[in-house]
Structures are given as C-alpha cells and as structure tokens.
Design a protein around this ligand. Sequence first.
Ligand code: IMP
Ligand code: MG
Length: 430
Amino acid sequence: MSEGRSSGNCTVVLGCQWGDEGKGKIVDVLAAEVHVVARYQGGANAGHTVHVGDDEFILHQIPSGILHPGKRCLLGNGVVIEPLGFAEEYEGLEARGITVEGRVGVSQKAHLVMPYHRLLDQVSEDQATQKIGTTGRGIGPAYEDKAGRRGLRVSDFVHPDRVASLVEEGVQRARRRVTLLGGELPGDIGAMVEEALVAAERLHGLATDTGLEILNALRRGQDVLLEGAQGTALDLDHGTYPFVTSSNTTAGGAATGSGIGPTAIDEVIGVVKAYTTRVGNGPLPTGFQPELDEKFRELGGEFGATTGRPRRCGWFDAVLARYAARVNGLTGLAVTKLDVLDTLPEISIATAYRTSCGEIHEFPADTWQLDEAEPVYETLPGWEAPTGEARTLADLPAAARRYLDRIEELTETPVQMVSVGTRRRQIIRV
Ligand code: IMP
Ligand code: MG
C-alpha cells in the first residue's frame, strides 16, 4: 500500500469480536518487524497474554512490543493510564530482564485513571439495574471525566496547582456520586490519590507527542504498528451499546487515539478468533449451550487475562465479522486459535440472524434485537487432526483450509495470518 512513497508502513491491528481475539500474539509477531508499536485506546481493562519461550507475560497497559528488544512503545492520547498499575508493569518487566527504560513514551494528552475512578466504576456497577459487567478498572469514569472536560492529563503535571485542584474536585465529585449511590469513599482515599500522583509524576517523565513521533518514524522509512485493545463489538459507537467499553476500538480510533491523520494508515488487520467469546454482559448470538460452552472454555483456556472471569463461548459469527470488516475498512484478517477446533467433528458458522423482523444479514444497531436473534448456521466438517505444527496453509488439513476459505468468502477479506498455538513460532503467514 505504501508504493510510490518513501515512508514506512503504518499498520493497525485490532479485534473484530468482543475482545480477547488473541491480538497480543499477532501484535507480538508483527512487532518484530516494526520500529514503533503504539496503543491508541483503552487502559488497564485490556489484558494481552504473550508467550515467549516458556515465559508467559500478561500486559495490561504497556504495548506487547516491549517484549522485542529495541522497539519503541507508545501509549497514545486515546489511552487512559492508571499510573500505579503502569509503574508496577514497568518495574515487573525490568525485574524479568526486559529493558523498558528509554523505550516507553506516553502521550502528553493521555488522561489518567485515578483511584476514585476505579471506586466509582465498582460502586456504579454494584448499584446499576443494567449491569455492563465492566472490568472494574475505572475506565468508564475516566473517559466520562475526559468527555466532561474535567479530566487529568499527563501534560498537567507541569502545573502542580492545577493537578491539585483537578484531583481535589475529582475526589469531591466522586464522594457526592458514591454517596448518592448509597456507598462511601474509603477513609484513606486521600492517601490512595497521593500514591497515584507520585507514580503519575514519574509517568510525566515519559511524556511525548505520540503523533509526531509516529509520523517522524514513518518519514524515516520506519514501520509502525498501532495496537487496538478490546474489539469492534465493544466499540463505544459501533459495538453492542450499552454493553461496550468507553472508547473507540475501531480503526478510526487508531488515528484520533494516536495523533496521526487517517491517510497515514496503510493497512488494517482484523483479528478474529476461529470461534467467538465474550466476557461481561450483553448478547452473544452464537453462544453455546452449557456443555459445549464448558468444553470450549477448557480447550481454549477462555478465562479473562485481566479479571480471571470465565468467557462465554460460541461459534464463529460471520455477520459480526463482515460488519467488522466494513466499519474498520479491513485490508486483511488474522485468524487465531484455529488449533482449538482440532478435535471437533463439525464446525458451524453463523451467516445470518433470524429475528421477529425476518432474516437479517447486517449486524443490527438495536442491541436488543441481538438478544432474540437466532443464528442461521452453516455447518462444515471438522478436520479432527492437530494443526499446531502447520507453518503454511498447505500443511493444514483440507477441511481446515476450507474453513478458512469460507471465513474469507463471508467477510470478503483475505486471511493473512493464522495462529495455531500460543507459541511465537505457531503462526502461518499467507
Ligand atoms: P470496561 O472496559 O471495564 O468499562 O468494561 C466494559 C465491557 O468491556 C465489559 O463487558 C468488559 O468485560 C469488556 N472488556 C473490557 N476490556 C476487555 C478486554 O480486554 N477483553 C474483553 N472484554 C473487555
Ligand atoms: Mg484480553
């Protein structure tokens, strides 16, 4: 896509389902080939699990590109940063022999998640009649403050007075809201905030203009990867509202959330799991009955990386995947966890939904329509053979290739990568 230009290539990698598509693995593979990896939205609600040799790393805020020596890792303005968790992650990586110093930059414009945001998130969920099933990390309240124009940004730390008054107002506001909800802020909230501010002060030392850094890298001919968190169906605008996260997970968010223009983006790779999972509340049209649900959870290790919550599982939903291809302008697909299907005699794909308004082929705006949606399934033969050692499409059983072909046809998007296990080498590049 970058022919005719001397600049580097800018690729977005994002989730096409409800998060947990295995983006961490795909980003990890692609990060080896780029100079800069940047996150553009979300916060510590994300959890990327990456396997390097026998080591497992779970990253919540720092891009998984950090596991490749020498890569520059950025947190864009669209990210909300929780300073204590960030410091813990930073130090944890250093303690495991990963050099982080000098490699991580945070946007001056990124907003901070304060302890009162987390408390508000938890109290709001406890009291809500319509529970979203949030990760309880304060993400929603932090973005509310951002949209409410009272948020605390990394750049504010050059003005200690401003920080003090913003935080003071933040605590007061949280106290009023928590009281209204019938709760109480803990007595040591002041100390908790102080501790967070000390960590935030250090964060300020990593402040940078992420958009400028990315553009300069591209101008030098270096490649850049923009890493999405969560997935398309959790996007604030395009997901299953209100059962969504509070940021734009879709490709447009990669531009606004990192500080580059959309024309700087060359490719958008959508990550889909070979089946579907969801954690938190809200509809999952292709969700399994308990027995198969349990089986997939076991086979796929489907427990949240951030919260440990069991994920609900279901068949591949091509209605959602086709929608994701459209709203993200996908140029390619990465299919993950194909090996999880290795033992199944038959595999189904949802191609439409049956609703009281008839059969629908487009993912509906009305989330409640999804509740009653009956998927129309197409069933394909399984391959009942291990795929973990496949390194090319030709190594795969014919039925597995047919399954991938069908996903490609239904989404009208070429499959460019297939992951067949948790290890770095367990990948097929097409
Ligand atoms: P929040 O982002 O914590 O506000 O949670 C809102 C919704 O997004 C809930 O359904 C969460 O379970 C879901 N969610 C947030 N982050 C992730 C993620 O990284 N993977 C999967 N689901 C997520
Ligand atoms: Mg995850």
